[in-house]
Design a protein around this ligand. Structure first.
Ligand code: ADP
Length: 573
């Protein structure tokens, strides 16, 4: 079975977040300064209102009449306007930081997915990579744009407001801060559960995306084999799991938020009680108590935001862990600088297992002679395709070695590998780009046109034709794939089901194109038709992950072993 991609741990996620902040540090500093100024402006209001109360009640600074109150009221308005303006600029700088960083994450994701070894991409569930590249990247991008700047603003406001209350009256400040400790316990309880819950929710989303993708891309197979019920069953299971994990995170929230709401009232009640007592003892003025209560009311905004955003940070933290997980995939690109000495391909003592663990190749030895035509035959599941992938350098053996000219094939850098061995399968990807770009090499037009002509692609005369608009049919796509091989000019070509899916007419023209491509090259063909093995110089017979016979067609027929039996069964068919 296919294995999911890894997930980064907390340490890696924090490091990645710091790296993103450092990449845009000037913006971050401007954002910080603007926010601190906005928060300072916000502190003026409650203090001035306290002064107004004291003026009116004839307390501290009282008895100066209505003029003083008017001046203080205008100052309240001035503070509010200054705070609004500074916050607006702080927010727009924050948004710019968020969008730039989101673009960076998308860019990194694209680069990393392109760096993933093809063998890994093929094996992970399709929905996993897609979900990480869309839902998860979007979640992190939104968080960076809204939450990170917002969280910062709220943290600054929180610190300044608490400082202001303590400066106003240390005793009242201490009581207020004490009143807020409840939130700390509630938050700890929540955080200890939230990360895992959100990771489970993300994983369930991936499985569901995968199931849906499999159902839509496999529509034809589902119809042909009447698999609707089975697909429906699996889809429902995935949906049920998504619902279960989502309910788990929702129920955490349904406890968390009401508790936080309750916690806000506690400090205000405490300060009112303590303030009343101190007022009647004559140690504080009414204005001071009122200002302290107003400050604590003001705290509700930032604390509320922090709670809300901590919650969003949790869910997007899980998304970020999934995005960063891509970096944990070994890219397998330990490229060797050694150049192959000659064209001889040698397979020595090779064992190989897919992720599921069981060896599917056992001690395979094979020397491929330059220029020969080697056919590999055997029943389905014998290990032919796996061996082909190892010889093509797509996968590397778990034990033993696969070398060309003495250098491990999978260690060759891609451009060098392409000059040595190319694997041609029935999968011919055509990109939504021009014909020229689809040929994958930079070469003069006449070279490109000659390659297309060699493979009989008479339809392809305009190199700038957009293949996204006019997609080639199956036969043309295959000609394109073969033209890529001609241009790569490898000494060895491996054919795995290269023409198996084409209709007979297309197959015949493909055969002709193939003959032109294979001319003067070493050919390893996974044989699906007896003609292929009959015409080969040597035939390797595989069974249960081993090569059980090797020799020319005639010699193997004379030996009357497994190949002869296979040949007879093919003939009879
Ligand atoms: P053949 O080409 O002879 O039909 P393969 O090389 O495709 O054989 O398969 C050899 C064995 O490896 C089979 O048992 C098959 O089930 C298993 N196998 C092939 N591809 C994968 C994969 N991607 N993941 C896990 N097992 C695989």
């Amino acid at each position: 079975m296919s294995a999911a991609l890894p997930i980064a741990d907390q340490r890696l996620v924090s490091r990645a977040a710091l790296r993103l902040i450092a990449a845009d540090r000037r913006t971050v500093v401007v954002m910080m300064i603007l926010n601190v100024l906005a928060a300072i402006a916000g502190l003026g209001g409650p203090w001035l209102l306290g002064r107004i109360i004291d003026t009116v009640t004839g307390g501290q600074g009282g008895g100066q009449g209505a003029g003083q109150v008017d001046r203080l009221a205008i100052a309240v308005l001035g503070c509010a306007v200054a705070q609004a303006l500074l916050s607006r600029y702080a927010l727009s700088v924050g948004y710019r930081f968020g969008e730039r960083t989101a673009a960076r994450i998308r860019d990194d994701f694209l680069r990393r997915s392109l760096e993933l070894p093809a063998a890994v991409v093929e094996r992970v569930p399709a929905g996993d990579l897609t979900a990480r590249g869309t839902t998860d990247v979007d979640a992190v991008a939104t968080t960076l744009r809204d939450v990170v700047p917002g969280l910062f603003i709220s943290a600054v406001q929180l610190v300044l407001i608490v400082t202001a209350v303590v400066v106003l009256d240390p005793a009242l400040g201490a009581v207020g801060v004490l009143g807020f400790t409840g939130i700390w316990f509630v938050t700890r309880w929540y955080l200890s559960r939230a990360r895992d819950a959100y990771l489970l929710e993300g994983a369930a989303n991936s499985v569901m995306a995968d199931e849906l993708a499999a159902t839509t891309t496999g529509a034809r197979t589902i119809e042909a084999f009447d698999l609707r019920e089975r697909r429906l069953g699996r889809g429902r299971e995935a949906i049920a799991e998504t619902r279960r994990t989502r309910l788990a995170t929702l129920s955490l929230r349904s406890v968390f938020f009401p508790l936080v709401e309750l916690s806000y009232v506690v400090p205000i009640v405490l300060v009112l009680l303590a303030g009343g007592w101190l007022y009647f003892r004559g140690s504080v003025t009414l204005g001071t108590v009122a200002a302290a209560v107003l400050y604590l009311r003001q705290l509700v905004g930032p604390v509320d935001n922090i709670m809300l955003w901590i919650e969003q940070l949790q869910s997007s933290g899980a998304s970020f862990a999934r995005i960063e997980g891509l970096a944990a995939v070994p890219t397998d690109q330990t490229t060797s600088s050694a150049r192959p000495d000659g064209d001889k391909i040698e397979v020595r003592g090779v064992r190989y297992a897919y992720d599921s663990g069981q060896d599917v190749l056992h001690d395979v030895d094979l020397t491929i002679r330059p220029g020969e035509r080697l056919a590999i035959v055997g029943l389905s599941g014998a290990g032919k395709s796996t061996l082909a992938r190892l010889i093509a350098g797509v996968d590397r053996p778990d034990h033993g070695s696969v070398t060309v000219g003495g250098v491990p094939i999978a260690d060759l850098p891609p451009d060098e590998l392409r000059r040595q061995v190319v694997l041609v399968t029935q999968e011919h990807h055509v990109f939504r780009e021009s014909l020229r770009e689809n040929l994958m090499v930079v070469a003069p037009d006449d070279v490109l046109k000659r390659a297309l002509k060699t493979v009989g692609a008479d339809w392809a005369d305009d190199l700038d034709a957009d293949l996204g608009e006019n997609p080639p049919d199956g036969g043309q796509a295959q000609q394109l794939a073969l033209a890529r091989v001609v241009l790569a000019d490898p000494h060895t070509v491996i054919l795995d089901e290269a023409t198996a899916l084409l209709d007979p007419t297309a197959a015949r023209s493909a055969e002709r194109a193939l003959a032109a491509v294979l001319h003067d090259r070493t050919v390893i063909a996974i044989a699906h038709r007896l003609q292929t093995s009959h015409d080969a110089d040597r035939v390797a017979v595989m069974d249960g992950g081993r090569i059980i016979e090797l020799g020319s067609h005639d010699a193997l027929i004379r030996a009357d072993g497994p190949y002869a039996a296979l040949w007879r069964s093919w003939h009879g068919a």
